[in-house]
Design a protein around this ligand. Structure first.
Ligand code: FAD
Length: 383
């Protein structure tokens, strides 16, 4: 059940890791990488994304034929692990690289692949996720956004919620109901929606920190051409489930607060570090290492084409709880006032950011309660 055999990364990835670290050291020296928690969600820096893409580290696992680099998931894992550990500003291309690209590759027409994938791999085309709605969060099949047929395509009406980056990205992949059915999972479809199209209105939802990352995405009679449909009408549920597996399985589900741990260790190194502090940091590091091994098992399983949904759900549950607990531990190990107005990148400022972001860790990408349901069903099926 747990894919823990295939946890070693191939030796070739060592050189790649060295290259990424070298790149990040130069970026850090230039002041573009500040080691921030949650940088995959709030670190929006399109220029950084383009520089990364120029090194071949965006769309890494997409085929060369579509502008990608034809490198495997394990190589991609090494790159994103380094970026997250460094707290690099990767949110501009994150969703495009992680799920929109692979989803378009899998379900899109050849014309859609040629239109979007090379631009994604070049760090020129950024996507948002348009799944959630106010009355249908965990119960995604209850979405009310509707797309109805027109002479030239589709007309979209509804409101999405929590749409990360909709105010700055180019497109959202929107889940909408296209047909009524007694089976709630039938009759759903996905559409690629241009976020600047007439009828699209973005309304900010501010984080506790005041940052504007998320939005309501109002869709009022948005006219879509026929080729906005992604995949086959009615296949939306199958498609989003596949996408959610990608959304939930990556190292961003346990590394979001790693920069805080790094800053904590640096602070402890500077001052006197007692044995209790030492032991607590050791325990955190040991947990992190164990979760990473499980996560690598997911990456290796995906690389080998094996299903890893249950293990990915487990990693997300363990990982996101770790992210929040790390913040609380840090507050106790080195109790200083968390201050949003402290020097950017300093320990008190990173602590303030991480504390204010904490409530979202176990919610985003599917709540832990829902994931535990998936784990339970998986365990029962495996008996
Ligand atoms: C920071 C952040 C970023 C996000 N980014 C995006 C995004 O970019 N795009 C997007 O589409 N969505 C996004 N989301 C939405 C996210 O996926 C949803 O918040 C999540 O799926 C839960 O939905 P909800 O908030 O409506 O909670 P609800 O579904 O209303 O759940 C409320 C509580 O009830 C529990 N619950 C619900 N049903 C069950 C059940 N059957 N069994 C046990 N417990 C249950 C939940 O676990 C939760 O604790 C984001 C959310 C956050 C917080």
């Amino acid at each position: 059940m747990l894919d823990s055999e295939a946890v070693g990364l191939p030796a070739e990835t060592r050189e790649l890791r060295r290259e990424v670290r070298e790149f990040l050291a130069a970026e850090r020296a230039a002041g573009t990488v500040l080691g921030r928690p949650d940088s995959w969600l709030t670190g929006w820096d399109p220029e950084f994304s383009r520089r990364l893409a120029a090194r071949g580290w965006v769309g890494m696992a997409l085929p060369r034929e579509y502008g990608g680099h034809g490198r495997g998931n394990l190589e991609r894992y090494v790159v994103i692990e380094e970026l997250l550990a460094a707290g690099a500003p990767v949110s501009a291309h994150w969703v495009a690289d992680r799920q929109a690209g692979p989803s378009i590759l899998r379900h899109g027409t050849d014309a859609q692949r040629r239109r979007y994938l090379p631009a994604i791999a070049a760090g020129e085309c950024f996507f948002s996720i348009g799944m959630s709605e106010r009355e249908a969060g965990s119960d995604l099949a209850a979405v009310r956004t509707r797309a109805e047929r027109t002479d030239s395509g589709w007309r979209l009406n509804g409101t999405k919620m929590w749409t990360g980056g909709a105010h700055v990205n180019h497109y959202a992949i929107v889940l909408a109901r296209t047909a009524e059915s007694t089976d709630r999972h039938a009759g759903l479809s996905q559409f690629v929606v241009d976020l600047r199209a007439p009828g699209v209105r973005v309304e900010p939802i501010r984080l506790l920190s005041g940052e504007h990352t998320f939005n309501y995405l109002h869709l009022a009679g948005v006219e879509l051409a026929e080729d906005a449909l992604l995949g086959r009408p009615g296949d939306g549920w199958r498609q989003v489930t596949g996408e959610l597996a990608l959304e939930r399985s990556g190292p961003e589900r346990f590394l979001s607060t790693l920069p805080l741990l790094t800053a904590l260790v640096a602070e402890l190194r500077r001052g006197a570090c007692g044995s209790e502090q030492h032991a607590r940091v050791g325990r955190l590091t040991a947990r992190l290492a164990a979760i990473r091994q499980l996560s690598l098992g997911v990456a290796a399983a995906l690389e080998a084409g094996r299903a890893a949904d249950v293990q990915a759900a487990l990693v997300k549950d363990l990982g996101t709880r770790f992210e929040g607990e790390l913040v609380n531990e840090a507050r106790e190990i080195l109790p200083v006032p968390a201050r949003s107005d402290a020097t950017r990148g300093s320990y008190p400022e990173l602590l303030a950011t991480a504390v204010l972001h904490s409530p979202g860790y176990t919610l985003r990408g599917g709540t832990n309660e829902i994931l535990r349901g998936i784990i339970t069903r998986g365990l029962e099926a495996a008996r």
